[in-house]
Design a protein around this ligand. Structure first.
Ligand code: AMP
Length: 186
């Protein structure tokens, strides 16, 4: 199964993606995790990404596309994957279409987690992450609205998007997602 999980920061994408990945035995590819690890390890990528992430902005399309291209080209991905945190811009989405096409991946499904702003801010300021300060959270939401929300429309046009309401208990939401994914008519 080849999946993309979309939704605003703080909607629980990472948590749900990890659960789905282990349930379906597919790879969980989180660009945020890759970047946080790079920062932690002080790699060249980490040094470039650190300040950008802490300000709540997006790392350049060029860098992110390079990361995802390399990751998706590995054999390991053939068994399935869930992309979490990518694509985040229309440029990334268009490039991902090309990469998946080139690698022969078909039938990509998109899960869109929906949630309202008030709840988002509450959740995001309570996670204890470096990029969770109030100012950064505001900036991340702004960036989401301006640059990432159009990505959903990109996939809407291809009619492969399943919306899931993201408020409630983690297991309940996961069960809803699992049902959508395993329903043969989808
Ligand atoms: P996340 O864990 O997905 O919320 O990502 C944390 C941060 O990493 C984001 O706020 C961005 O600064 C950066 N990031 C992750 N994925 C991307 C991406 N696809 N494009 C640009 N920046 C990204």
């Amino acid at each position: 199964m080849y999946l993309i999980i979309l939704g605003p920061p703080g909607a629980g994408k990472g948590t749900q993606a990890a659960l789905i990945a282990s349930k379906l035995n597919i790879n969980h590819l989180s660009t945020g995790e890759i970047l946080r690890n790079a920062v932690k390890n002080g790699t060249e990528l980490g040094l470039k990404a650190k300040e950008i992430m802490e300000a709540g902005n997006l790392v350049s399309d060029e860098i992110m596309i390079g990361i995802i291209k390399e990751a998706l080209a590995t054999k390991e991905m053939k068994k399935g994957f869930i992309l979490d945190g990518f694509p985040r811009t229309l440029v990334q989405a268009a490039e991902l279409d090309r990469i998946l096409d080139e690698l022969g991946y078909k039938d990509i499904r998109v899960l869109n987690i929906t949630i309202d702003d008030k709840e988002l801010i509450k959740r995001m300021t309570g996670r204890g992450r470096k990029d969770d300060s109030k100012e950064t959270v505001k900036q991340r939401l702004k960036v989401y609205k301006e640059q990432t929300a159009p990505v959903k429309e990109h996939y809407d046009k291809k009619s492969v998007v399943f919306d899931v309401y993201g408020i409630g208990n983690i297991d309940e939401i996961n069960t809803k997602i699992y049902k959508i994914l395993t329903d043969k008519s989808n």
